[in-house]
Design a protein around this ligand. Structure first.
Ligand SMILES: Cc1cc2nc3c(=O)[nH]c(=O)nc-3n(C[C@H](O)[C@H](O)[C@H](O)COP(=O)(O)OP(=O)(O)OC[C@H]3O[C@@H](n4cnc5c(N)ncnc54)[C@H](O)[C@@H]3O)c2cc1C
Length: 361
């Protein structure tokens, strides 16, 4: 029951933190406590975009947080992605680099004048231009071009297989000697002078030198005062589609909608902005109104005249706050948090784990 480190939350951040601690210190005893049978927040539910920000998102980030902070975030996401691929291997995460595309409608046409400036900003990190206009692909990929002004291509974006990535990560930490217990709900902790007591499933007490809380959207149940708001996202996947014309990851409406191929299936999610009030929740339900809009978008824009069937629909919970920076800090000598990953945590998650491990060791 006694460990050097206890990590609450077995998502990408919790598991990456466990991995980084053990990689640095083989003899440390590390316990991960996860409430679900599988990790059950965002990491097993996401759409598998290996991305670091589309041009409209980055322009909006710069407006909100300034250029320096926004570029730092891009750098952290990019480094995190390299860390994930390096640690688990491209085969271990199902990484495929078919590039990424942002569909630009009238409303977003302003960003076409910003391509050169943004590419210059990003040249500190990338050898080639990150964003290039490629309007021709709309017809090539079989999308409905009504209302589309252009498409912006990013050769550095890729896609992963979310389930495979999480399974590999769980195996990786267990091979390093991390103990992972699932079905364990942590309800509270007591920060004592020489240890932290972690109370789980009502009456079980674990003890640790250091407690690390990686519970993302669910953190307010353990720590009341953090600036964290849950945000639900809905995703659907179709059955395989004969002759599917596109490959790659696609975003539109400032990232509120996202779709990609997964083999010859289509994964499509988003629409949270249609009903922010209902989607500010940590309850895993399906908002039928949003699902209807997703189906309409599939029928009219993404797969016009292509018969398809939906195989499965699910929801996951993200964590947002006043800005897009994750929260990573010590809340006391023995308690650290690494949370609020927003809608792009696949890339930055591994980097967060690395930085948390540095902070606690
Ligand atoms: C629908 C959807 C689509 C997304 N698409 C993408 C994408 O394509 N690309 C991208 O980069 N990002 C995407 N994201 C965001 C990304 O998945 C998250 O940013 C990232 O997974 C967050 O990881 P985490 O480890 O911080 O949180 P989580 O994965 O939520 O992990 C937190 C864990 O803590 C556990 N937990 C919570 N409370 C307790 C407790 N009291 N006791 C024990 N365990 C507890 C939860 O069960 C959970 O497993 C998407 C998210 C969603 C929901």
């Amino acid at each position: 029951m006694n460990y050097d480190y206890i990590i609450v939350g077995g998502g990408i951040v919790g598991l990456s933190t466990a991995a980084s601690i053990k990689e640095k210190n083989k003899t440390a005893s590390v316990l991960v406590l996860e409430r679900g049978i599988f990790p059950t927040g965002a990491s097993t539910k996401n759409a598998g975009f290996a991305c670091f920000g589309s041009i409209t998102e980055l322009l909006s980030d710069i407006k909100m947080m300034g250029e320096e902070v926004s570029m730092q975030l891009v750098e952290e996401r990019w480094k995190g992605l390299q860390k994930l691929r390096g640690r688990l291997g491209d085969d271990g995460v199902g990484f495929i680099n078919n590039g990424g595309y942002e569909i630009i409608r009238e409303n977003e046409a302003y960003c076409l004048d910003e391509l050169d400036t943004m590419n210059k900003r990003l040249s500190f990190l990338f050898d080639k231009d990150v964003f290039t206009a490629k309007p021709g692909v709309i017809d090539q990929f079989g999308f409905n071009s009504d209302g589309v002004k252009s498409v912006i291509f990013n050769p550095y974006e890729g896609q992963i297989d979310t389930g495979m990535m999480m399974q590999s990560l769980m195996r990786y930490v267990q091979d390093l000697g991390v103990t992972m217990l699932t079905g364990v709900m942590v309800s509270s902790f007591e920060d004592e002078a020489d240890r932290v007591s972690v109370i789980a499933n009502g009456d079980t007490t674990f003890k640790a030198d250091q407690l690390i809380i990686c519970t993302n959207a669910f953190t307010p149940k353990l720590l009341l005062d953090e600036d964290i708001v849950p945000g639900r996202g809905i995703v659907l996947v179709t059955k395989p589609i004969d002759g599917l014309k596109f490959k790659g990851v696609f975003h539109y409406d400032e990232g509120y909608y996202y779709f990609r191929n997964h083999g010859n299936r289509v994964i499509f999610g988003g629409g949270r902005n249609l009903d922010f009030a209902s989607e500010t929740t940590d309850s895993f339900e399906i908002n039928e109104n949003i699902l209807e809009v997703l189906k309409k978008e599939l029928n009219t824009m993404i797969l016009p005249n292509t018969p398809y069937e939906i195989d499965h629909v699910w929801s996951g919970i993200m964590a947002f706050g006043q800005n897009k920076q994750p929260i990573m800090r010590k809340v006391s000598d023995r308690v650290t948090i690494g949370v609020r990953l927003g809608g792009m945590g696949v890339a930055i998650g591994s980097r967060m784990g690395e930085k948390i491990a540095e902070l606690v060791s």
